[in-house]
Design a binder for this molecule. Structure first.
Ligand code: HEM
Length: 470
């Protein structure tokens, strides 16, 4: 009897058909149509985009195709695309052809217009160059021990057989990592010290930033260089201890032995040989805290929200990290994170303002148009990810993430500066949780996504019950 040859496994990763994109002349742009518009009243578009972005962008793509234009809070709302070739054209755009839209976000008055997050053009490249060294993979390896300790401390505290929301618990870990990695503040510092005041104020500000009133107040800050209203009051409370810590550290005699980012930045010099001013340091440090804390915590919460509802993936991970094959364990941890970031990207959309006419497939947009890339839509293209709504870490068993099809950290000269740190944190926390804890969901229904500031988070904070701990 001959055995029939095994049917080829259905590929779990494919590719999109090509679509031309990039800068074009005004004459060529005039020959191409503008992208179709979302056909809803403007107020409704803004509301739906902010409250239910998943339904909004998937609905618009179904009706209008992979490029469409919506109206936003300010006139001249963004075009939204989800084609990898369009993404590539924007990620690889020359700085004089496209600027990041974070420079126009409500973060601008909070961290100032000159931080790595908000600056554009040459100023952005200068700040990025200064900040790169402490974020390199090798530099990150030095923080790993501290992340392991912060994780174990936190896991030991979790109650058994009681529903808990993972997001705030993950934030406790990422706050420890940020305070230690960025400011060199370990654990809970002594009361009465600027370090203690800074940790408390940071925690308070991050908590307040989740309140609805704070989010509305942030909208008042759009387009400004300095904050107003309650945002200003909250920031003043944080600025005082921040400047105190900066001044004290500047006077420290052991800077060269210290590994935190503040100490490294105090020794950094620009190409012109200048050191960073207190204001520059404050802006950069605050940008890092804001960019790195909630994102990493909620990304981890999302991965668990998916895992506990996907027994095959959960079992595979648990078996791997509890087994003796370290290489297999590391591979499966990585695949689980990659799939989690694909299926629930905590930052669902990013953008550039194109400064010259731009082709996007069959359409063209004029100079000075905000063009956004829906990370959510890119990550759910059926031609790239068959069965896109399924959580299948095994997609990544034989495939590496594509530069323009897996984009939770953005790309090009604006790619997330903290990506290596965020990956290290996720690897350590995911591995420790899967190895030490038996976890199950509280409600079998998937959690909705809600939007907080620029992030997309699980509505109930990823509620789970820890059944046992080893
Ligand atoms: C899972 C966690 C994280 C996710 C999903 C994430 C995602 C992103 C995304 C999508 C961008 C915009 C990229 C673009 O426009 O192309 C970004 C930028 C940035 N992120 Fe992250 N991030 C994470 C963690 C962190 C951490 C831990 C830090 C640092 C402590 C950090 C620091 C930054 C900075 C400084 C930028 C601005 C880079 C620039 O404009 O040059 N992020 N991040």
């Amino acid at each position: 009897m001959t055995l029939a040859p095994e049917a080829p496994a259905t590929p779990l990763i494919g590719s999109a058909p090509p679509s031309p994109a990039g800068p074009i002349s005004a004459e060529e742009a005039a020959t191409l149509p503008a992208p179709p518009q979302v056909d809803l009243p403007r107020a409704l578009q803004v509301l739906r985009f902010n409250q239910r972005q998943i339904d909004f962008v998937f609905g618009a793509r179904r009706r209008l195709g992979e490029v469409f234009r919506m109206q936003g809070i300010v006139p001249g709302g963004p075009v939204i695309t989800s084609h990898p070739d369009h993404v590539q054209s924007l990620f690889t755009a020359k700085p004089e052809h496209a600027h990041s839209l974070t420079g126009e976000s409500p973060l601008r008055p909070i961290v100032g217009p000159n931080s790595v997050l908000t600056a554009i053009g040459p100023r952005h490249l200068r700040q990025r160059k200064l900040l790169l060294p402490p974020f390199h993979g090798e530099a990150i390896a030095r923080y790993e021990e501290m992340i392991v300790e912060a994780t174990d401390r936190e896991l030991d505290r979790w109650p058994l057989n009681t529903p808990i929301a993972l997001a705030p618990r993950m934030q406790a870990i990422t706050l420890d990592v940020i305070m230690s990695g960025i400011f060199g503040i370990e654990g809970t510092p002594e009361r009465g010290t600027p370090e203690h005041a800074l940790r408390r104020a940071t925690k308070g500000l991050l908590r307040a930033s989740t309140w609805r009133t704070a989010q509305l107040a942030e909208l008042m800050n759009i387009g400004r260089d300095e904050p107003v209203g309650i945002t200003k009051i909250g920031l003043d409370l944080l600025d005082r201890p921040t400047y105190q810590v900066i001044r004290e550290r500047r006077a420290a005699t052991d800077l060269e032995d210290r590994r935190d980012i503040l100490s490294l930045l105090l020794q950094a010099r620009t190409e012109e040989g200048e050191e960073l001013s207190d204001r520059e340091l404050r802006d950069e440090l605050l940008a890092l805290v804001l960019a790195g804390h909630e994102t990493t915590a909620n990304q981890l919460a999302w991965i668990w929200e998916r895992l506990v509802r996907t027994p095959a993936a959960h079992d595979r991970l648990r078996d791997a990290v509890r087994g003796s094959d370290d290489a297999a364990s590391a591979r499966i941890v990585e695949a689980t994170i990659t799939e989690g970031m694909r299926s629930r990207p905590v930052i669902p959309i990013i953008g550039r303002r194109v400064l010259v006419p731009w082709r996007l497939g069959e359409y063209a947009v004029p100079a000075d148009t905000p063009v956004t890339m829906s990370i959510l839509l890119v990550h759910h293209r059926e031609d790239v990810y068959p069965d896109p709504f399924a959580f299948r870490p095994e997609r990544w068993d034989d495939d590496k993430p594509g530069t323009y099809t897996w984009i939770p950290f953005g790309g090009g000269v604006r790619r997330c500066l903290g990506a290596a740190l965020a990956m290290a944190e996720q690897r350590i926390v995911l591995e420790a949780m899967a190895r030490r804890l038996d976890i199950t969901y509280v409600d079998p229904e998937p959690e909705h996504a809600v939007h907080r500031n620029v992030t997309m988070i699980p509505a109930a904070g990823a509620r789970v019950t820890v059944l046992s701990r080893r």
